[in-house]
Write a protein that binds this ligand. Structure first.
Ligand code: PAF
Length: 283
């Protein structure tokens, strides 16, 4: 039976008991508005630990001034039912005051250098520092043994890995595979904003990633691959933020230290910003 905690003291008491019993604790942080991809994160966490704690907190510090924090869907009841069905042991629902006792403006902030300024970070200034700020707080509150993050948010995953390693958090970061619809479209809370027509068009993102991978493996110069991908997406009506090939650590492909690569796309369809990526190795 899943228990819900809004109060940090009560949650910590529960966690303390589990730790005394020698249970390994897994953590799945979310902003709610959950879909099958999130429940798969819980499922993966369950494979790595004895008790899964999930959190729902719509984090204001990761929204830009033109991004709609106020209108982000709050679907707490439905999310809680889904998390319980997925086998979550405890749900943490911190209020703004619990998360940011001195206010979001006056909070101690994380700044992860370099990696937060490129790709999505260049288009959403401050976003990843807001993510790092809230994840560091959640890690400190929950003190899990492991935490699961989706590969769909590839750059977010790298930011959290960097922060956790650099700050020596004793938390194993477990990446979860991207869940896709049969069409290849990556599952995302934002897909609900797409019209039927846009949803069909959105499947081009994954197809373009596959073409980028094939061209890279065939030895096509990176600049040409990126130009072709952008042109293809634009011709279909996307407004492209970026279509790039990077090293697995997100350095420019020309500075890659090994054969692992990732193709990444961020593009708008109408007002909806979609991201996706594909990891691969070159021969
Ligand atoms: O990926 C998300 O849902 C959010 O960025 C996260 C990690 C829960 C932090 O608010």
């Amino acid at each position: 039976m899943m228990q819900t905690y809004r109060d940090l003291g009560a949650l910590r008491e529960r966690i303390g008991t589990w730790k005394q019993e020698g249970r390994r604790i897994g953590f799945v942080p979310t902003m709610g508005n959950l879909h099958a991809g999130h429940y798969a994160l819980v499922e993966l966490a369950r494979q790595h630990c004895d008790a899964v704690i999930a959190s729902i907190f719509v984090n204001p510090t990761q929204f830009g001034p033109n991004e709609d924090y106020a209108r982000y869907p709050r679907t707490e009841q439905r999310d809680a039912e889904g998390l319980a069905d997925a086998g979550t042991a405890a749900l943490f629902l911190p209020s703004l005051d619990v998360m940011y006792p001195f206010g979001a403006m006056g909070c101690v902030q994380m700044h992860v250098p370099g990696i937060t300024d490129i790709l999505c970070g260049a288009h959403r200034p401050g976003h990843f520092n807001g993510v790092a700020t809230v994840v560091a707080r959640l890690f400190n509150m929950v003190q899990p043994d492991c935490a699961v993050f989706g590969r769909k948010d590839y750059q977010q995953l790298q930011v959290i890995r960097y922060m956790s390693e650099e700050l020596s958090f004793p938390i194993e970061i477990i990446p979860a595979p991207t869940l896709r619809e049969a069409s290849g479209l990556a599952m995302s809370s934002r897909n609900q904003y797409l019209s039927d027509e846009e949803r069909a068009t959105a499947t081009a993102i994954y197809r373009t990633l596959e073409s980028m991978r094939a061209a890279c493996i065939a030895g096509t110069p990176t600049a040409k691959i990126e130009q072709d991908a952008e042109a293809e997406l634009q011709s279909l009506g996307f407004t492209v933020d970026y279509a790039e090939i990077r090293s697995a650590m997100l350095a420019p492909a020309s500075r890659a230290m090994d054969k692992r690569r990732v193709a990444l796309i961020a593009a708008f369809l109408g007002r909806t910003r979609l991201i996706d990526n594909l990891e691969f190795e070159i021969p």
